[in-house]
Write a protein that binds this ligand. Sequence first.
Ligand code: SF4
Length: 268
Amino acid sequence: MAERRIPEIVIEPPLPGRAISLYARARAEYPALVEATVQRLREAAADHPGRIAQATSLGAEDMVLTDLIARHGIAIDVAMIDTGRLHPETLALRARAEAHWGIRIAVFGPEPAKVADFERQHGPWPMYDSVALRHTCCGLRKVEPLQRLLAGRSAWVTGLRRAQSAHRADVPLRAPDEAGRVKYNPLADWQWADVWHHIATHGVPYNPLHDAFMPSIGCAPCTRPIAVGEDFRAGRWWWEDDTRRECGLHVPTANTPSRSTSLSPIQP
Ligand code: SF4
């Protein structure tokens, strides 16, 4: 049997403030974007009282959303998925965020018995063996816990942006998901420069791995730093050929309209 090749992931020490100096830029559109986003969040909370949560990855966009939710006292719960494979920096950020805003971030994880069974069959690195096994891993560690995170909820909030990848170019501000909940993407029209300008302006805590050339951070075995000129999400599942690489949390459904579809007054 051919020996399995485990990619070596080299992460250079983060240089504090590097992401801010690289990416933050005060665009003229920023004040109006913030105002519109706070309004979107307020309307979402009003439409789904007690039944809406932000599913945070603790990435830069999600930290901006949590900042807006917490600073404006918007009634949206914040919750995350601990896949069991996150970087220590990501896990530490949860405690920093809770202390910074005085909020609780609920944590949902995979079912230990199912993960143990999967790893007994396929070993600790199944994601490198085939796309199918990688998807199974994402299903066990991310998608199934997300379903529990969303149980009893009628809406959720994500930090998806259209500029993150060609695959996300049509992300709407809101759309029904497969289960019929409303999925809000209130940062859909933000640029990367806006995200970092907001983080810099408001002292928002962020993952130090962003200071090590990792703009998009997922699980440790499946995230590497990117090189100059590489796509924003090039560091995620980089060994796969498919350019539409996703983890299954944000795959468009038949219900997802194009962004030009007018659903309500909150559409652009
Ligand atoms: Fe598994 Fe990687 Fe998916 Fe995390 S991102 S759930 S480690 S395949």
